[in-house]
Ligand binder design. Structure first.
Ligand code: MUC
Ligand code: MG
Length: 369
């Protein structure tokens, strides 16, 4: 039986300011959910977002309040091992709130996989890979600093894929910044950009033409999420791969974008998809439509990052790798043992459930009171 559901907000400073077109992050607020079951098993989930309400429609505070007030009461007393029934009830009764739903589904599946003593990936169909290549985001806002940061990551053998956050400055300045970094790194690294919706279609045409000519590999969400027609025109116009991120909120969007032939690649995010099983559905739509996959992040801590790693470990192909570096951007760890990053890869945890443990003493010291 589901006995208790607790939610926590944890404010953690980032290792440096992280500049996106929609927000500059000096702190990340982790939203953590604990499900306690009457057989003594605990499950954890995460619903972290970026920049309060700057990135998405759910804020950390609204996620916590909505779970505490409206969603948790629907689940209390339900059979904890009947995860699909519990999620069906929530999905039928609660509108929107995809991040909150994702955290609850993660916690229920974590608990059930622990009960069955298997890694969570095995409840999702089974893993086909045990490690995932991980991109790093260069977003200090300074070209020289970004190049030094990239060189250091290559030296440490931590990352050889770099995503640059652009869209804050004018197109010419952003293009000059990106191409300076690409020239400095050469063939040692894959360089990609995320515009986070900042460009008009005209700016995107100019920007993408220059970036494609300069050897950039991937262009993420260049235009407004709602402007699917423009995304589709850009996809038809350019050879460089175009990726949908903010335009993709689960299986229905995956289907609509596929019908519109609007993207070469989908950034699969468990929170944006509304849960782990909807994220698998996004991946299935992509596979059937010939769209490639990328494991996306909302810069979650260890719980959400591990959950996404389990999901990505099951994809038959993962052509564009992942950006599951969230915990590495944070100055403090909430896990007892951090996730393992080595040889440019994140190791998918192998223990029961998510395969990671929360340090409860640290959590209680760090949580927002
Ligand atoms: C996004 O838009 O993809 C992912 C990496 C990063 O730095 O920000 C996120 C959000
Ligand atoms: Mg993005």
């Amino acid at each position: 039986m589901i006995q208790n559901i607790d939610t926590y907000l944890v404010d953690v400073p980032t290792i440096r300011p992280h500049r996106l077109s929609v927000a500059t992050m000096n702190t990340q607020t982790l939203v953590l959910v604990k499900v306690t079951c009457d057989d003594g098993i605990l499950g954890w989930g995460e619903a972290t977002t970026i920049g309060g309400l700057n990135y998405g429609e759910e804020s950390p505070e609204s996620i916590k309040t909505n779970i505490d007030t409206y969603i948790a009461p629907l689940l209390l007393g339900m059979e904890a091992s009947a995860v699909a029934k519990a999620m069906a009830k929530i999905r039928k009764t609660i509108q929107g709130n995809r991040f909150a739903k994702c955290a609850l589904e993660t916690a229920l599946l974590d608990a059930q996989a622990r009960r069955l003593n298997v890694p969570l990936s095995e409840l999702l169909g089974g893993r086909v890979r045990d490690a995932l290549p991980v991109a790093w985001t260069l977003a200090s806002g300074d070209t020289t600093k970004d190049i030094a940061e990239a060189e250091q990551m290559l030296e440490l053998r931590r990352h050889r894929i770099f995503k640059l956050k652009i869209g804050l400055r004018d197109v010419a300045a952003d293009v000059a910044h990106v191409l300076a970094i690409k020239r400095a790194l050469g063939d040692k690294a894959s360089v990609r950009v995320d515009v986070n919706q900042a460009w008009t279609e005209g700016e995107a045409v100019r920007g993408i033409a220059a970036l494609e000519a300069g050897g950039i590999d991937l262009i993420e969400q260049p235009v407004k999420a709602t402007n699917v027609a423009a995304l589709a025109r850009l996809k038809q116009r350019f050879d460089v791969a175009i990726m949908a991120d903010e335009a993709l909120h689960g299986p229905d969007d995956a289907m609509a974008l596929a019908r519109a032939d609007a993207a070469d690649v989908y950034a699969v995010k468990i929170t944006q998809s509304g849960g782990l099983l909807p994220a698998l559905e996004v991946a299935t739509v992509a596979r059937l439509a010939g769209i490639e996959l990328y494991g996306g992040t909302m810069l979650e801590g260890g719980i959400g990052t591990a959950a996404t790693a389990h999901v990505c470990s099951t994809f038959p192909t993962l052509a564009w790798d992942t950006e599951l570096f969230g915990p590495l951007l944070l100055t403090q760890e909430v896990l007892r043992e951090p996730l393992v990053y080595k040889d440019f890869m994140l190791q998918v945890p192998t223990g029961p459930g998510l395969g990671v443990e929360i340090d409860t003493d640290k959590l209680h010291a760090m949580r927002r009171k």
